[in-house]
Design a protein. Structure first.
Ligand SMILES: C[S@@+](CC[C@H](N)C(=O)[O-])C[C@H]1O[C@@H](n2cnc3c(N)ncnc32)[C@H](O)[C@@H]1O
Length: 208
């Protein structure tokens, strides 16, 4: 009961604050400014990406957690972009095959329960040549000490942060899902604990 209270009434506000860490906002800007037209955002959260879309007309905002989505209300109201809320999960997308040019994930691929299924769905709904734009914290590629901590602490992190895995090797998973990397780099962000500090920013395409 206490845990449910935490999940419903405390975690959404913590998320809203932590996700506004300045170094994360800088990464949002870099990732989102070049995107145009229509976008599916998986794990829309509290709507923090909205101000960074400069040439986007429609955002399909997939967010299964209504307590979190409620905190996006003001940002949606203040935005000129048409935002359509979808309450489903990224493991089963309600779009036809080859339908979308752009999908965005900012710190959501760590949280989906079935990551392979989710990536297969994103691949399915993207047009050939379409792009998944992502920024995510990842398994540290070199530092074995941090890797060990990431594996050790993931069960606790999943409980505290709504399913978040600290130890996903997303570059490998994206490659295995059939995506081609168009842009890819990793960076340690300021203001985030070391176990979640290594970020992957990437644009990956479904082959044309
Ligand atoms: C760490 S938050 C990131 C939120 C937002 N993308 C941002 O950048 O601030 C992860 C989000 O993914 C959502 N989420 C979790 N599992 C999901 C799933 N299976 N499909 C879609 N969204 C999911 C959560 O409800 C949460 O809003």
């Amino acid at each position: 009961m206490l845990y449910k209270f935490y999940q419903q009434h405390i975690f959404p506000h913590l998320l809203n604050q932590v996700m506004q860490t300045p170094s994360l906002m800088d990464l949002r800007r870099e990732l989102l400014l070049p995107i145009e037209g229509e976008v599916l955002e998986i794990g829309f959260g509290t709507g923090l990406n909205l101000p960074f879309y400069q040439n986007v007309d429609v955002v399909y905002a997939l967010e299964p957690n209504l307590e979190i989505f409620q905190l996006a209300e003001t940002r949606i109201r203040d935005s000129a972009i048409l935002v359509e809320h979808l309450a489903g999960k990224a493991e089963q997308l309600d779009f036809a095959d080859n339908r979308l040019e752009h999908v965005v994930s900012t710190w959501t691929l760590c949280s989906v329960q079935q990551i392979e299924q989710c990536l297969a769905e994103i691949y399915r709904v993207l047009k050939p040549g379409g792009c998944l734009h992502l920024v995510e914290h990842v398994l540290h590629p070199e530092n074995l000490y941090i890797q060990r901590l990431q594996h050790l602490l993931t069960p606790l992190q999943k409980r505290l942060a709504d399913g978040c895995h600290l130890n996903r090797d997303l570059a490998l998973l994206l490659q295995q899902a059939g995506f081609e990397f168009q842009e890819k780099y990793e960076i340690d962000t300021a203001g985030i604990p070391k176990i979640g500090q290594r970020m992957l920013l990437a644009r990956v395409r479904k082959p044309a």
